[in-house]
Structure formats: C-alpha cells, structure tokens
Design a binder for this molecule. Structure first.
Ligand code: NIG
Ligand code: FE
Length: 412
C-alpha cells in the first residue's frame, strides 16, 4: 500500500536518522522543505523531497496537500490519562482560594483520584481512558507515555497498568507505560513511609516486571511526597527490574531531585517549574532530557519552566501535556506548543522541536518517531490551509488540523 502526498506547502522537521535530540542553539532550527512530496509505504515513511524532484511513483492513493503543512505527530512523553472520574470540585475550590497543596493536605488531590480509581471497575476505567486517548489522537498526538500512580495499592497499580497495556494493544498510537507507585503515600501508610516503599519494591515491582507491564519507573520527588533518598531507592529498585527512571521533580521546590535523576541516568526529569542555577548546571553534558509541562503551569497558576535560560545554557528541552485530573485536565499538545511560545517565549521552531524530536527522546522512541525521516513511522499531521506554521501557536484556540495519519493510516 503506497500513499503519495503532493504539493505540501511546507514539510516540517525533516531529519537524518542519526539525530536523536536537539539541544541549546540547535533548538532554534527547524529543518523544512517547501513545496514538498512525501511517500508512505505501508506504515513507514519511504521517501520525501522537493516537488521539483518528484520521482515517478505508482501510488495506491494520492493526496493533494496544496496550501497545507505536514509535520510529524506530537510525542507526548508525560501523561496520566488512565484515571477514574474527575476533580472538578477541587478546581472550583482553587478558584475560591484554596491552594493545590491545601487540597492535598485535607486528603484531596492524588488521594482523591486514588479512592475513585480503586472503587471503579477495570472495564469502566478502560472506557473512560480510551475516550481520552481517542481525543488526543485526533489532536495530533502519535505517541504517548502513560503513568500509573492513582492505584497506590498492589491491585490498583496493576489494574491501571493492565488498562494501559490494553490501550496499547487496541490503538495505533504508540504507548509507553510508566510505573508511578511512588506518586503519593496512601492513607494507610501515612505514618509508615518505609512500609509503603517496601510494598512498592517487594510486592508491586516484581509482579509488574513479571507481567511486562511497564517500560519506565517514576516517583514524585517533592516536599510532602517522596524525599530524594526515597526517590533514589525507588529508582534503584526499578533499574534492577530493567525500568529506566523518568521522574517528577522541581514542581514546587528544588530539593535535589534533578541531581538524583542524573545520578541514576534518568531518561527524563519532568516539571521543572522551580529551577536553580545549580539545577541547570547539573543537567549540562548529561543524557537526561528536561521536560516542561506548560499547561500544568497554566492550570495551577504556578511558574513556567525557564526555557530560555535552559536553552541558553545549551540544554535540550521537551514539551509534554501532563494530562491528569488534578493539575492538567487537558491533553492538547497544540495548546502546549502555543503556551510554550506565548508564556515561555519559545519560538515556534523551538516549541515544535521540543514537542516532536525531543519528546520522542524523552520516551525512548527516537528511532521510530519524532521526525520526518525515511524508515520512521508514518505518523503525520496534515494541517488545514494556513499561511505558515507560525499559525499553529499564533491561532492558539483554533483547531488547525485537517487530518492525522498513524502508522500510514488516516484517522477517520
Ligand atoms: O504531574 N505532580 C504530580 N503528579 C501530577 C498531578 C497529580 C494530580 O494532581 O492528580 C502532575 O502534576
Ligand atoms: Fe505528571
């Protein structure tokens, strides 16, 4: 099955396969081809180039993309889209003056979602989660990382990870699963942190590994949640089972989580709303991808990751949604890209790099996703006719997507 797309106004993010991420000043460069063609064979990108050099192709389908822009689908490397119910009441409580922290301290927040998750059947959780997954696919996301972390019991965590596995089996979007048992201390272990960590390490992890239910391990390293020492214990245990760390750090406080992540060679360190000079320094010359979550900053009215400072220091940066019921009930990567431009002063080139190639790196799929490269998955967004790709962040409230192709097939 061969699909040929012709007359593409501009084909974005065309790369050699050797590039797995872009850092510092490289982030400002988004390689493109104007007036381009793209060939898809089965589920892969087979060829692309300028219309001036269009070879003779026997295509089964030809699409005229006149006036339209084509780019790789978004790689959303940080979400919690498997959950039950919602937290609308907490949203209104925050409008009325309570803080995220105060809500968590009264037993709300993550524990509120954990209660709902444990009271909801696996079938119902699957039904609720698949609706969110379908929504983000049509918004142009072609790969997504999904975390557990609302179970906080052996059965609850396994239930979440089984739902993630089932979603991965049933949908063409690429899914990576992350075990986040260390998301919060459940009520039963409020005064017995060691007991819960023992449960994660000795009961949850072996079963998760045995059933191959996770690719990565995560912990919420934050004041009032998991200390640096506890986070290190969790990462060390995960690594023993072959799970690379991707961790939540520096959301509200800088307590050394970044340095711990680097010490354990984390694939990514995520959130980064509060960054010190030492944190930025520590990330230099490492393989760890910093990940910013601007729609979380937007929804909670907390600081945005200092993207410019980090890129000027030569660091790479990825962007993700953090889609979850408490801090970011939105999985719209188009909004994330726009917010990165508007609030973090990233240029459209930098934001698109952060949401595609660097996002792919942050979820360990650079070889197959994140750029228009021969041999990578044919996961593409075709926009509506637009004046230039600047329109994507500029018209921040509009849906400018005409169609999405995952594994070479159009979503209908
Ligand atoms: O990434 N910060 C920790 N975890 C989630 C939010 C969890 C929640 O409020 O349910 C986050 O923002
Ligand atoms: Fe998160």
């Amino acid at each position: 099955m061969t699909t040929l797309i012709t007359n593409i106004k501009e084909l974005l993010q065309v790369r050699e396969s050797s590039i797995s991420k872009v850092s510092g000043a490289e982030m400002a460069v988004l390689p493109t081809i104007k007036n381009a063609f793209l060939v898809i064979e089965n589920n892969l990108i087979a060829d692309f180039g300028s219309m001036d050099n269009l070879p003779k192709i026997n295509a089964d389908t030809t699409i005229d993309a006149n006036g339209k822009i084509v780019l790789p689908t978004w790689c959303d490397s940080h979400t919690h889209i498997v959950y039950a119910g919602n937290r609308e009441q907490e949203f209104v409580d925050r409008i009325n003056g309570m803080t995220y922290e105060e809500i968590a301290n009264r037993g709300g927040g993550i524990l509120n979602s954990a209660k709902k998750l444990n009271e909801t059947s696996e079938e119902d959780i699957y039904a609720q989660s698949k609706a969110r997954l379908e929504e983000i696919m049509y918004l142009g996301t072609g790969a997504v990382e999904i975390k557990s972390g609302y179970g906080l019991t052996v059965e609850g965590e396994l239930k979440m990870l089984r739902v993630i596995q089932r979603l991965a089996q049933n949908y063409p979007i690429t899914i990576k699963a992350t075990f986040l048992g260390a998301h919060a201390f459940p009520l039963d272990f409020k005064e017995n942190h060691k007991g819960y960590i023992d449960c994660i390490i000795n009961e949850m992890l072996p079963q998760i590994a045995q059933n191959k239910l996770a690719d990565y391990i995560d912990a919420f390293c934050e004041t009032g949640y998991f200390t640096v020492e506890e986070t290190e214990q969790i990462m060390e245990a995960g690594i023993r089972y072959g799970l690379k760390p991707k961790i939540h750090v520096n959301q509200f406080n800088s307590i050394g989580g970044i340095q711990a992540g680097i010490k354990y060679n984390a694939l990514s360190v995520d959130h980064l709303e509060i960054m010190t000079k030492e944190d930025i320094e520590a990330l230099k010359n490492t393989e760890t991808m910093p990940v910013a979550l601007p729609s979380c900053s937007y929804f909670l009215s907390i600081p945005y990751t200092p993207a410019r400072e980090m890129m000027t220091a030569g660091l790479p940066l990825a962007l993700a949604t953090d889609y979850n019921p408490g801090s970011t009930p939105s999985g719209n990567m188009n909004f994330v890209v726009a917010t990165a431009c508007i609030k973090m002063k990233m240029t459209p080139q930098e934001a698109i790099n952060a949401a595609t190639i660097n996002g792919a790196y942050a979820m360990g799929i650079s070889e197959t996703h994140g750029s228009i490269t021969i041999g990578k998955k044919a996961n593409i967004i075709i926009t509506k006719p637009i004046p230039s790709y600047y329109q994507l962040p500029y018209a921040f409230g509009s849906n400018l997507i005409d169609s999405v192709y995952l594994e070479g097939k159009i979503l209908t």
